[in-house]
Each structure stands twice: as structure tokens, then as C-alpha cells.
Ligand binder design. Structure first.
Ligand code: GLY
Length: 392
């Protein structure tokens, strides 16, 4: 009798788990169907133009298109590559190629550190998925980024000096994201100097960019001659001493990626500790999508940042394959469940044909507040793909 009861319980549990998995799979398929329709409409709109347009956001109901030199120019082509990967539908390839190759000149761009975002999300994904001959572009972009390396300070200078803020050599936490280009350029070219720059920058970020509680400063101003810190400030956060949510997500993602590329445990531990900061933060919402700054005094009556949530989810899926310190996959699933729900996922044909609503570009500048952003979509797509890979 006891055995029969146990067997019945076991069979019921298996049945419940299977039906949950089937339901989740169906929801993921529905989200991907929605995305293909939404971005299909986006492409239709863009293709009606005689010139190549690159969409970033929709502001006051007007589409904001950006030139190749804008830091987010790689995300729309990168999203097209992810949609191709998620659907397997080769009809997306010509579009992904067209919007990627429109960024051709960026491989030589040395005006700021964002060349990593611009080239690796576009050409990097194209190369990964199709083996197209993009090696030279990737290596040239790494050379351009390396021109901003300051050996005396051991960091890549993110932005140019800004006398109005008394910044001599500003480095932002976001810069961790650009290191992926460098790691891959070393693999493609055999030139280890890119790898060396990437790990030196990451090591100095650990040393200088994190507070004792593993919150982050957004902007560090380095002394170029000796690498000492002149100022610790914010640009897009609430205050110099607050932790700006997207910047913190960039840091987590960057250190998970550095662990993948080097196998060095210290990068894994840095990501784990930065995540402890979030998990223990009283202002981190249970649904997983952060407010725009962890320390905004207006919480809960202020904006969430879907982009910070999407970046975090993508990083958490990858981390779940390296670490069992927490249930990182369940955490990522919570964020994705929220982002895939009606609060964040746009209605079909609305939201300028972007996927996610409610991101924040820069609240202190009253710029791109509570709008769709192309990088929120990009990291949401990447997270969907990572989730699917983990579950298949
Ligand atoms: N890297 C700029 C930003 O995240 O807004």
C-alpha cells in the first residue's frame, strides 16, 4: 500500500513537471513567434527607405534612427542574427548581413571604447553563425580599441577627457563589455596583446570599480601617468555613490564572459559577488527587473530598466553553466518570465516594432526615459537563445 502511494505520488509529480515544461516551451515558442512578426514589421518599415536606417528607440512616438558611430549601432543587426539563430529561418540572413555591413567603417573608429559593442554584436555574431569572412573587420576593430589602452594605468580609456567635469581619463564599468572583442581578436589573429589588454583592464576594474559591498561606481577618472584614481563619479546613475542598474549588469555580464574566455576563477567570483549585491539589495524587486538605479530615493515610484534586466538574465544563464553558488538559472527564468509578460512585452505592431517596453537610457539627462531600446531587445534575444540552449 505504502509503495503504491509512493508510486502514485511519483507519477503525479512527473506528470506535473512535464506539463510545466510543455507550458514553458509553448510560452517560449509564442514569444519567438511574436518577435518574428514584430521585427518582420520593423524590417518592412526600414526596407521602404532608400537609405539604410538603424533603429534605436521610439521617442515621443517618433522613431530614433542612429548613425554607425552611435554606440548602439551594432545591436539591431545583432538582433537580426539572433532571430535567425532562434528561428533557423534563412530569410533573415540577407537582412542581418545588410545591416551588419552598413557598419563597415566602424572597424577603424577610435573615438571611444564602444567599438566592441558595435562590431562584436554585429560582425561577431555574423562570423559565429555563418563563418562569413569577417575576421579582418573584427581584428581591425580590436586594433582600434587597443589605441585607447593606457599602459601606465592598465585600462582602456572609455571616453575622451572632459574638462567640464575635470575628467582626464574616464573609464566606465560598461567597458567590461568591450573586452569580448579583444579576446576573440586574439583567437583570430594569434596576437596575444589583445588578450593582455583585456585581462589587465578586467583586473584593474576588480581593483578599483567595486565598493566593499560589491556595488559599482559608474565612472572612474584615472590619472594617465600613474594609474591612480582622480575621481569616482556617475554619469547615468542617481549619484556618485549609488549603483546604476545597467552599469552593474554590464559588470556582471563582463566578468562572466571573462571567466569563459580565461578560465580564471577570480572573474567568476567577481560576478558571483556582484550578484550577491543585487540579491541582497532591499530595492531589488521580486520579479527580477531592476529599478534604473538601486539607490534611487524614489523607489518604488520610479522607473524600471528592462535593459538592465535583459542583460542580467543573459549573464545569469551563462553563469548557471559554471557555478552552483545560487540557482542562477531560476533567477534568470524569473526575469525572463517578467519581461515576457504584458508589462514589458510590446503589443504586436506597437512600440515602434521593438520587442520590449520600459527601458531607461539616462534619467539624469532626461534622455530616453521609459522607452524601448535596441539593446534591451538584443540581450533579451540572447537570453532567450541561451535559455533554449540550456533546456534543449
Ligand atoms: N554604455 C552606455 C549605456 O549603457 O548607456
Amino acid at each position: 500500500m505504502k509503495n503504491l502511494l509512493q508510486l502514485t505520488f511519483l507519477l503525479l509529480s512527473i506528470g506535473l513537471m512535464t506539463s510545466c515544461a510543455v507550458k514553458q516551451e509553448q510560452e517560449a515558442d509564442d514569444t519567438i513567434d511574436f518577435i518574428t512578426q514584430q521585427y518582420g514589421l520593423m524590417i518592412e518599415q526600414l526596407e521602404a527607405s532608400p537609405t539604410i536606417l538603424n533603429p534605436k528607440s521610439i521617442i515621443d512616438e517618433k522613431m530614433k534612427y542612429i548613425p554607425p558611430k552611435e554606440w548602439t549601432s551594432g545591436f539591431f543587426p545583432g538582433s537580426l542574427w539572433y532571430i535567425y539563430e532562434l528561428t533557423g529561418d534563412e530569410a533573415w540572413i540577407p537582412y542581418a548581413v545588410k545591416y551588419t555591413e552598413a557598419l563597415d567603417t566602424i572597424q577603424y573608429y577610435t573615438g571611444n571604447h564602444d567599438v566592441g559593442f558595435m562590431i562584436y554584436c554585429s560582425y561577431g555574431n555574423g562570423f559565429r553563425l555563418t563563418g562569413k569572412p569577417y575576421e579582418e573587420v573584427i581584428v581591425n576593430a580590436a586594433k582600434s580599441l587597443s589605441t585607447r589602452y593606457i599602459p601606465e594605468a592598465g585600462i582602456i580609456q572609455s571616453w575622451n577627457a572632459n574638462p567640464s567635469k575635470d575628467w582626464e581619463c574616464p573609464v566606465i564599468i560598461d567597458n567590461m563589455m568591450n573586452l569580448e572583442l579583444l579576446f576573440n581578436a586574439t583567437k583570430l589573429s594569434g596576437d596575444s596583446s589583445f588578450y593582455h589588454i583585456a585581462v589587465t583592464h578586467a583586473d584593474n576594474t576588480i581593483k578599483n570599480h567595486y565598493r566593499p559591498d560589491y556595488g559599482t561606481w559608474h565612472v572612474l577618472d584615472y590619472n594617465k601617468a600613474d594609474g591612480t584614481i582622480r575621481h569616482r563619479n556617475t554619469h547615468q546613475g542617481y549619484s556618485d555613490e549609488s549603483t546604476w542598474a545597467r552599469g552593474h549588469s554590464w559588470g556582471v555580464y563582463g566578468f562572466v564572459m571573462c571567466y569563459r574566455e580565461t578560465g580564471n576563477q577570480k572573474y567568476l567570483e567577481q560576478a558571483e559577488k556582484a550578484l550577491d549585491f543585487i540579491a541582497n539589495h532591499p530595492n531589488y524587486p521580486e520579479d527580477g527587473v531592476p529599478y534604473w538605479d538601486y539607490d534611487s530615493p524614489d523607489i518604488p515610484n520610479t522607473y524600471r530598466d528592462a535593459s538592465a534586466g535583459a542583460i542580467l538574465a543573459s549573464a545569469l544563464y551563462e553563469l548557471s553553466t559554471y557555478s552552483t553558488k545560487r540557482d542562477y538559472k531560476a533567477w534568470a527564468d524569473t526575469i525572463m518570465q517578467t519581461l515576457s509578460g504584458p508589462r514589458y512585452l510590446a503589443p504586436l505592431g506597437e512600440n515602434g516594432h521593438f520587442i520590449l517596453m520600459h527601458s531607461v537610457g539616462s534619467l539624469p539627462h532626461n534622455s530616453e526615459v521609459d522607452v524601448p531600446l535596441n539593446y534591451a531587445d538584443y540581450y533579451f534575444l540572447e537570453a532567450l537563445k541561451r535559455k533554449r540552449d540550456l533546456e534543449s
